[in-house]
Design a protein around this ligand. Structure first.
Ligand SMILES: *Cc1c(COP(=O)(O)O)cnc(C)c1O
Length: 362
């Protein structure tokens, strides 16, 4: 027996399950399981990535200044209060490492993103999961769960996998109700798909205990590149920078991300297509008698009569070469999360589910 024992909490971590990408024997797989951009990424981002290949022998910038300034310029934020990471996942990890430890409590919600409890356990903290109301985050339930040991509250807004969103007043009520020693992480991975949303930037400007996280993986279509960022009060960013590895991002990552954030035309085009596909898919599903909350993200959560029907629908989709996400692990066994595709992709999903529902009625 080994005497090499991991720190407390680590062996309680259930490995993250990512969206499937392959079906044996099929070349026409439509992958709608990971909330990726059906249009790929900006051509300018791809060109910048390729150009960066000329300098692979050079160490990258340690302070990410060019990228932070580009982000600041496009979003109207102070670049000195931005930190960049290997996906927003890494920024979330910095936050957890810096502000929670053994025996502390980290609040997440019933259908919340599965990375949050993983991160809490990574540092020996206790993930405290509070109920949601009808697949929406319940601010009152979060506030009721806060104790002296609470260090961090994680919410994604819009949320994954429900796609629902709190109003600005609700989020403000959450911040106002939190004690000053609790950090609110406002995860804005899907902000760009929610018209008019600021991802939590305004909250950060008004409150020293809020951090906003954002990603290049969703609307910018750069999930494979692994890059994200956070925005918070200067002293919080200063803490996080102390535990960040100096060369956490490569030149190629930063170059592509900078080109992506400056390509606002591509971003807006993606947001527009997404909004149209979201309306089309949701309205058609509702007409078929399938439950579907309004989504503010780039996916919809589709609710069936029960777990068996959800499984059968998933099987029907797979038989048609379509991969979506089972969300039983998120406390939603009767639902499937379907990423929005382009016109053709949405048509394929609707054709398949239309036949599936027809088959169940006859
Ligand atoms: C996709 C997603 C992220 C982004 O993760 P990256 O590490 O930036 O790829 C963050 N939070 C939520 C809720 C997500 O769904």
């Amino acid at each position: 027996m080994t005497q090499i024992i991991p720190k407390p909490g680590i062996m309680d971590i259930a490995l993250y399950v990512s969206g499937e990408s392959r079906l044996p024997g099929r070349s026409d797989v439509l992958k709608l399981s990971s909330n990726e951009n059906p249009l790929g990424c900006s051509d300018k981002a791809r060109a910048a990535f390729v150009a960066a290949a000329a300098d692979l022998h050079r160490y990258p910038s340690t302070d990410h200044a060019a990228l932070r300034h580009a982000i600041g310029e496009i979003h109207g934020l102070d670049p000195d209060r931005i930190i960049c990471g290997v996906g927003s996942d890494e920024v979330l990890q910095f936050v957890t490492h810096a502000f929670a430890g053994l025996g502390d409590e980290v609040i997440t919600t019933q259908h919340g993103f599965s990375m949050y409890p993983i991160l809490a356990r990574m540092v020996g903290a206790v993930p405290v999961t509070v109920p949601e109301t009808e697949r929406r985050i319940d601010v009152g339930a979060i506030l009721a769960a806060v104790t002296d040991r609470t260090r961090i509250v994680f919410i994604a807004n819009p949320a994954n996998p429900t796609g629902t969103m709190l109003t600005q007043d609700e989020v403000q009520g959450l911040v106002d109700g939190l004690p000053a020693h609790v950090l609110l992480v406002h995860d804005g991975a899907y902000t760009e798909f929610a018209a008019g949303a600021d991802g939590g930037a305004g909250l950060v400007d008004r409150h020293p205990n809020v951090i906003m996280t954002r990603t290049f993986s969703k609307i910018h279509g750069l999930g494979g590149l692994r890059i994200g960022w956070g925005y918070a009060a200067r002293d919080i960013i200063d803490v996080l920078n102390r535990i960040r590895q100096p060369f956490n991002l490569s030149n190629a990552q930063m170059a592509a991300a900078e080109a992506a954030i400056r390509d606002t035309a591509f971003r807006d085009h993606c947001a527009d297509l997404n909004a149209r596909m979201r309306d089309r898919l949701r309205q058609s599903l509702i007409q078929m008698g399938i439950g579907c909350d309004e989504s503010f993200a780039n996916f919809v959560l589709v609710r069936f009569a029960g777990p068996a029907e959800a499984e059968a629908a998933d099987a029907a989709l797979r038989a048609d070469g379509i991969l979506v996400r089972r969300v039983a692990g998120y406390g939603l066994p009767a639902a499937l999360r379907i990423t929005l595709g382009d016109e053709t992709g949405v048509t394929r999903v609707l054709d398949c589910l239309g036949r599936f529902m027809q088959g169940r009625r006859t």
